[in-house]
Design a protein around this ligand. Structure first.
Ligand code: NAD
Length: 487
């Protein structure tokens, strides 16, 4: 099926991109117009033309569109989830969760349309009023990855729009169908033409957008390497920029942990979404006194996971996104072995029977991993996790913080003093106590430190990304009053 171009003014495409099912690569989900430079230009111009009337639309009215979209997405949740599993591979219960996150975000941000709170503060001068308000930034380029094909776009599109910005949205080239349907749903719920524009393509299309002079703000989620390129482009042209990038997240398991709960958290964190989450638990830092029982329990659980097509309700681990990612994951297995880590289970492609034309990889656990090994330092983005022994809390914290990323971390302990030390000293944007590294809620700030981000947060504080603060002073004294002089 060919999907229509939904950018006003874009001409009929010369080229198309195909979306395929990673569980059955021969199945084509759809064809999408590949956006060349003129299509990108048309999208930016459409967004610019729509900006003034959208920014002047009262925020509660803008929010009503998002509220209607939340209602409709909730109604169509199963249809979106099925499409997502076919396009991206994650198992159905997780695909439903991804769609639900979009619903939650739309409701949450729709509520913000009646707040968009600024501040009033006293002036230092007589008969003078002072306040600050949030103003929209302009035309926003939103560039997203494939691992949360609906949730991540919703984290960006909803707050950008409620704040009065207009949008050029480029979803990942691996998941155009879910993104396209989501954008169409928002438009059908009442967005005026040009307020939300979609362009399709890979990194070269992304580069055309972030370099376009008509863009005021870029919000990017993806790998740290690409994020750095985007940062360079934005620095050249003074664009406002929010980056959400890679992770190498750790769960610490202390000697007093509830081991069975910790194993549940490790399995969910490491193998949920086939390990393709920015918050995936790809390191398990385990106190030496519980290292052996934890390792045995985890290996047994990982080996028993059912790998299969995500549409099959029995599957627990779906395919990975494409063949390049499968090769990359397998390369890391070889690197781990070469570096001397002990492979406990997995480490191979799964291609038996009906899985032969999909990109499946077995849940993989390495033990006796040293903190400096590449598999313990680099983001693999697949169903691979490493168990690293630790001698003490200090040692565990040092290992956990000893990577370049700072997205999510977790600790399992029954000791309140240990829990509070970890919350203070883990240098990640998100810390969980007695819960896994994955499972963010939309109304809390989401993002990371160091190579994971550039200081911004999505979720709870996301309006700080999509608005400029504007300070307003109203002098009703009728005289010249000079700040800092006429005290
Ligand atoms: P990616 O960096 O390859 O691509 C992300 C997006 O950027 C895609 O839409 C891609 O087409 C586009 N792109 C590629 N090159 C570009 C360029 N030069 N200029 C502009 N855009 C360009 O990432 P991916 O493989 O799609 O996603 C996986 C990565 O995303 C992982 O590193 C993961 O940790 C990260 N991620 C981070 C978060 C977070 O919130 N921190 C959430 C999800 C995923």
């Amino acid at each position: 099926m060919d999907f229509e171009n939904i950018t006003p003014g874009a001409s009929t495409p010369a080229n198309w991109i195909e979306s395929r099912n990673p569980a059955h690569w021969t199945e084509v989900i759809g064809r999408f117009p590949l956006s060349d430079a003129s299509a990108v230009d048309a999208a930016v111009c459409a967004a610019r033309a729509a900006y003034d009337s959208w920014r002047l639309t009262p925020a509660p009215r803008r929010a009503e569109v998002l509220y209607r979209a939340a209602e409709r997405l909730s109604r169509d949740k199963e249809e979106f989830a099925q499409l997502m599993t076919r396009e991206m591979g994650k198992v159905l219960i997780e695909a439903r969760g991804d769609v639900q996150e979009g619903v939650d975000m739309l409701y949450f941000i729709a509520g913000e349309g009646r707040r968009l709170c600024g501040e009033t503060v006293p002036s230092e001068l007589m008969s003078k009023f002072a306040m600050s308000v949030r103003a929209p930034v302009g035309v926003c380029a939103l560039v997203t990855p494939w691992n949360f094909p609906l949730a991540i776009p919703s984290w960006k599109i909803a707050p950008a729009l409620v704040a009065g910005n207009t949008v050029v949205f480029k979803p990942a080239e691996d998941t155009p169908a879910v993104a396209h349907r989501f954008a169409q749903l928002l438009i059908d719920c009442g967005l005026p033409p040009g307020v939300l524009n979609v362009v399709h393509g890979d990194g070269s299309t992304g580069a055309l957008i972030v370099n376009h002079p008509g863009i005021d703000l870029v919000s990017f989620t993806g790998s740290t390497d690409v994020g750095r390129l985007v940062a360079h482009a934005c620095a050249e042209s003074n664009k406002r920029l929010s980056l959400e990038m890679g992770g190498k997240n750790a769960i610490i398991v202390m000697e007093d942990a509830d081991l069975s709960l910790a194993v549940d958290g490790a399995v969910w964190g490491a193998f949920g979404t086939s390990g393709q989450r920015c918050t995936a638990a790809s390191r398990l830092i385990v106190h030496e006194s519980v290292y052996k029982p934890f390792t045995d329990m985890l290996a047994a659980r990982a080996s028993a996971l059912r790998v299969g097509d995500g549409l099959d309700e029995d599957s627990q681990v779906g395919p990975v996104i494409n063949s390049a990612q499968l090769d990359r994951i397998h390369d890391y297995t070889q690197i781990g072995l070469a570096d001397g880590a002990k492979l406990l289970c997995g480490g191979e492609r799964v291609s038996k029977g009906s899985l032969a034309d999909g990109w499946f990889y077995s849940p993989t656990v390495f033990a006796d991993v040293a903190p400096g090994m590449r598999i313990a330092q680099e983001e693999i983005f697949g169903p691979t996790t490493c168990i690293i022994p630790a001698t003490s809390l200090d040692n565990a914290l040092e290992i956990a913080n000893g990577v370049r990323y700072g997205l999510s971390s977790a600790i399992y302990t029954q000791n309140v003093n240990i829990a509070f030390r970890a919350m203070r000293d883990l240098s990640t944007g998100i810390v969980y106590v007695n819960a896994s590294t994955i499972g963010a809620e939309v109304h809390l700030p989401f993002g990371g430190t160091r190579a994971t981000g550039n200081g911004h947060r999505e979720g709870g504080h996301v309006l700080d990304v999509f608005t400029e603060w504007k300070s307003l002073y109203i002098d009703f004294s009728g005289t010249l009053q000079r700040a800092q002089i006429d005290a």
